[in-house]
Design a protein around this ligand. Sequence first.
Ligand code: COA
Length: 391
Amino acid sequence: MKIGIDKIGFYAPHLFLDMNKLAVARDVDPAKYTIGIGQEKMAIAPITQDAVSLAANAALNILDDKDKEDIDFVIFGTESGIDHSKSAGVYIHDLLGLNPKARTIEVKQACYGATAGIQMAKGHIALHPKSKVLVLGADIARYGLNSGGEATQGAGAVAMVISADPRILALEDKSAYLTADIMDFWRPVYSDTAMVDGKLSNEKYISFFESVWEDYKVQSGFGLEDFTAICFHLPYTKMGQKALRAIYEQGTEEDKERLVANLEASKTYNKQVGNIYTGSLYLSLLSLLEQQEELQDGARIGLFSYGSGAVGEFFTGVLQPGYRKYLNTYDHEELLASRTELSVDAYETVFEDTLPADGSTVELEIESDPAKIALSGISGHMRHYVHKDKK
Ligand code: COA
């Protein structure tokens, strides 16, 4: 039985910052951000968007009534959770009106969370072939104003329906994974910005990739010639280039050209959104599928997932016949094209406009946020969300 991605969608908040302007404000050569790091725009979440609402908006765009009935497992990968106890997925379950006969959980392992969700979903479908699983990856990447990681922030969510007989990507069974206790990136529970050793994280990312790639080759007998494309977790788009460079000499000149060209297509959306942590690999996959028109049915795509701390995994999928019909390319291009640009001053104001952490009541103005689902306030220590179409 084939199991894999039947539907995939994403959502990014309606505000963005031009990286050239951030560079000028930080007295940095703009080419460092746009070429050296590889980012053009950074998505910025207004106070009315958190990981829950971002994921709900991403899922809203792909689910039909049948999916809502069939989904019996919701797995939410995030490292921007809103509660130490209650799963962010339970809010989504209600906001989307899913069948109550479902399991719902939140999964955390830095940017690896959504991959853990996909692998769990695969096992669930193998046991229950009629089920569908909703896997979400949503995050707001915050390093801090003027920090070393500032140029690699972002916000957004990816939603995927995992099922039997998937219409987009069938996941193959071989998979190579690795865990090691490393302090390259973490966020203590008292901090709303991440701690990071940027150079160490780059180094570990590449060594994890090399290690799982070698393990995968031994397991599968495959080499670069068997891959049409390899998608990477992209904390910033240059990272994918660095990782691919570590292995592309193993193939022919033709393999190298193909993989480099497809990597370019897989960076298009990420360049305009920034880091969305758990969703980044899947945003990159979506970018490849929607922005590389020459990709053929039957193409094998490699996927490298890396969650600092650290867990890495390399696994693969095969594009299904007619997969292109099930993409929403126009909607995704529109979503990115219709965003509002913020000045650097306005970005700093939005960045510092955070929710109270002392339990006080707040009512938020949601009309200026075009998202269908938004955070409308907090009272009695509870977050309240509004689904504007259901008001
Ligand atoms: N034109 C073109 N490229 C330039 C440049 C210029 N004027 N100035 C610098 N660069 C290049 C550098 O050569 C470097 O390229 P390389 O990485 O291929 O060597 C790149 O821009 C970044 O420069 P660097 O000096 O290393 O930047 P930094 O000290 O600001 O750190 C990160 C960059 C990504 C490490 C930092 O933003 C960070 O910590 N981000 C968060 C952590 C993260 O995303 N980790 C990834 C793994 S999960």
